[in-house]
Design a protein. Structure first.
Length: 152
């Protein structure tokens, strides 16, 4: 018991010692992490889009996986917008995110919900995927319209 207590104190002490450094490190990489997550959404969207356009054969498992990939992004993504990352020239995040974080988070929650719903039907064929895909991409467009800077 005494050894367990010492170990616990050591772990807590290390956490306190490292704690202040970790947020600083996370700040440097927050934009890259946001971009990585959005690239995964883009790749998943492209996979489904190509299936729906007939460019590649329909693959139910790939469609479900694409929707699941997208469903896993919003909860992580919305946590990657600390105040000090606003206005960074390496980011396409518009200041509107920080001005209306509640709406930004609401759109992200809607994306997650629609992607989960899409994952539950994507295995039923292209027609089922199409309806879910359209709803999902409407979320993407709404968020990009208000919260993403245009390419220069």
């Amino acid at each position: 018991m005494k050894q367990l207590r010492r170990l616990l104190l050591l772990v807590v002490g290390m956490g306190l010692a490292v704690g202040p450094v970790a947020p600083g490190l996370a700040q440097e990489d927050v934009i890259k992490e946001r971009q990585k997550l959005m690239k995964s959404v883009g790749k998943a969207t492209k996979t489904m889009g190509e299936m729906l356009q007939g460019k590649v054969p329909y693959d139910a498992a790939a469609a479900v996986a694409a929707m699941e990939t997208i469903a896993g992004v919003p909860a992580k993504f919305v946590k990657l917008f600390p105040e000090d990352s606003a206005g960074d020239p390496d980011s396409k995040a518009a200041d509107a995110i920080w001005e209306d974080m509640a709406r930004f988070q609401k759109l992200a929650a809607s994306l997650e919900k629609d992607a989960k719903a899409g994952a539950s039907v994507a295995g039923n064929g292209p027609d089922a995927l199409k309806g879910a895909f359209v709803k999902l991409t409407e979320n993407c467009k709404a968020c990009h319209k208000d919260f993403r800077l245009e390419d220069n």
